[in-house]
Design a protein around this ligand. Structure first.
Ligand code: BES
Ligand code: MN
Ligand code: MN
Length: 462
């Protein structure tokens, strides 16, 4: 692998330009207005895999957006790496908070990215990170250094719950057979602090609707005499946490595993500055469950958050009205062993039970998924660790993330293989947020590190 660095140097501009072209297409899976753009993106990924040296590439139809599948099988007796990624992106709104249009990529330097970062929706999540794998494959095939078999499975519905991918995986066990799954769709601690994600949180996402009177009412004529759905909804939501920011839903913590003192001490060794954290977010203080540190609160502990709330009059000026209905979207991030369907049921039962007389409550589950943890003594983890050691000159730190990629636990269940999460984004890259970006350093480091993973995984598998 001594010439990966020179390969990157020679091809750097092309690698950046190809990613920029990919980022120009608004492949927003949540909004059907962009259907053609999502499909066009799948076609471009297909072509890029062919160019990178796959023997067979196909666009697999599903009930939703297609899955791009590609493979290069060099020897049935060698191990097989299955790469997963997604080509869909989150909606870019609110548009007015972007400093440049979300689908017109620009390169700008930032404090954390002195070498420049590409600003565009999907730059980090996940087009940039997924495309690192395509370029790493290109390097390995064009220099005759692919040490094992490789399969690619790039989907277009990750940001909307991957329900069709779940069906595809269940129906294609043989095709997808592999020895390890490799994903770059997470982050790392800092440019000079490489880390490997060893855990993801699960998710239960629900929508609630509180209905009071059968129509909107004059808030003077009726105010004080009937239940106001917005008042009631906010009260119900507030009651879901106690004074210690513990979630009050009965049974919610039953399956939550308490980490040992040793494990928590190990976690606390990861470099972290609370001051820098607060400064980056312009907050005076952090907030969360009593008894846990910030890094614990956002990784090994489950949470409940309102993601959106609406109802009543929100136009200009004042309108005196008691709305008939109030709504909220609520997410619960879960930890391994908490089953998302059980938690959804617990939420539903509890939320309905705390509704006062005078309103009716409807809870609609959206989607969810299980959490994931992976051991650090597997061949895959060791191979990844050695790869980072080579390219960063440091042993990467294992770290559990607060985010979710629900399909990962399904991979383990259906394909019986472990997933290695080699993420190269930074938490400050603003994924799902205005001004999302991905560092050029991170993009190129990823392309450099991935081929080493293949090499060490193949060697360690012997
Ligand atoms: N790539 C993210 C998940 C992620 C980001 C994990 C950073 C760890 C670190 C993924 O695309 C995502 O956004 N997942 C959603 C869940 C999905 C069901 C919409 C999430 O975590 O909110
Ligand atoms: Mn992602
Ligand atoms: Mn995402």
């Amino acid at each position: 692998m001594n010439n990966i660095q020179s390969y990157i140097k020679e091809n750097k501009d092309r690698f950046l330009n190809e990613l920029i072209e990919l980022l120009k297409i608004p492949s927003i899976s949540a909004d059907s207005t962009y259907k053609n753009d999502v499909l066009k993106t799948a076609a471009i990924i297909k072509a890029s895999l062919v160019k990178a040296g796959c023997d067979m590439v196909e666009i697999c139809k599903t009930d939703g957006y297609p899955i791009v599948y590609g493979e290069k099988i060099i020897d049935k007796n060698l191990p097989t790496v299955l790469v997963y990624g997604h080509y869909d992106v989150q909606p870019p709104d609110p548009l007015d908070l972007w400093n440049s249009p979300p689908f017109e990529p620009v390169i700008k330097k930032t404090a954390l990215h002195p070498e420049g970062a590409i600003f565009a929706r999907g730059a980090c999540d996940d087009k940039g990170q997924m495309y690192m794998h395509v370029k790493a494959l290109e390097f390995m095939t064009s220099t005759d250094q692919l040490p094992c078999n490789v399969k690619f499975m790039i989907e277009g519905e990750e940001e909307v719950g991957s329900s069709n991918l779940a069906v595809f995986v269940k129906n294609n066990q043989e095709k997808l057979k592999n020895d390890v799954i490799l994903i770059s769709d997470t982050g790392m601690i800092a440019q000079d602090v490489p880390s490997i994600t060893t855990g993801l949180r699960g998710l239960s996402y629900v929508e609630v609707e509180v209905t009071g009177p059968n129509r909107d009412l004059h808030s003077g004529l009726y105010g004080g005499a009937v239940a106001n759905p917005i008042n009631i909804l906010t009260k119900m939501i507030a009651s879901l946490h106690d004074e210690n920011n513990h979630i009050t839903i009965p049974g919610f913590y039953d399956k939550v595993e308490e980490l040992s003192k040793e494990e928590r001490a190990e976690m606390a060794k990861a470099p972290f500055s609370l001051d820098a954290y607060k400064k980056a977010l312009d907050i005076q203080a952090v907030y969360g469950e009593t008894g846990y540190t910030t890094n614990e609160r956002n990784s090994i502990r489950p949470t409940l958050d309102v993601n959106g709330i609406w109802g009543g009059y929100i136009g200009e000026g004042a309108k005196t009205v008691i709305a008939s209905k109030a709504y909220a979207k609520i997410s619960m991030r879960l930890v391994p062993h908490q089953d998302w369907e059980d938690i959804t049921q617990l939420f539903k039962n509890h939320f309905e039970s705390i509704a006062p007389e005078g309103v009716t409550v409807k809870v609609t589950p959206h989607h969810g998924g299980q959490g994931y943890v992976t051991p650090i003594n597997s061949i895959g983890y060791k191979a990844a660790s050695k790869a980072y050691q080579d390219t960063f000159g440091k042993t990467p730190i294992p770290q559990r993330s607060g985010g979710s990629i629900p399909i990962v636990s399904l991979f383990e269940q259906e394909l019986k293989s472990k997933t290695i999460l080699m993420g190269f984004g930074l938490d400050s890259d603003a994924i799902h947020s205005p001004n999302e970006h991905f560092g050029i350093f991170n993009y190129l480091k990823g392309i450099e590190t991935i081929p080493l993973f293949y090499k060490y995984f193949t060697e360690l598998s012997k």
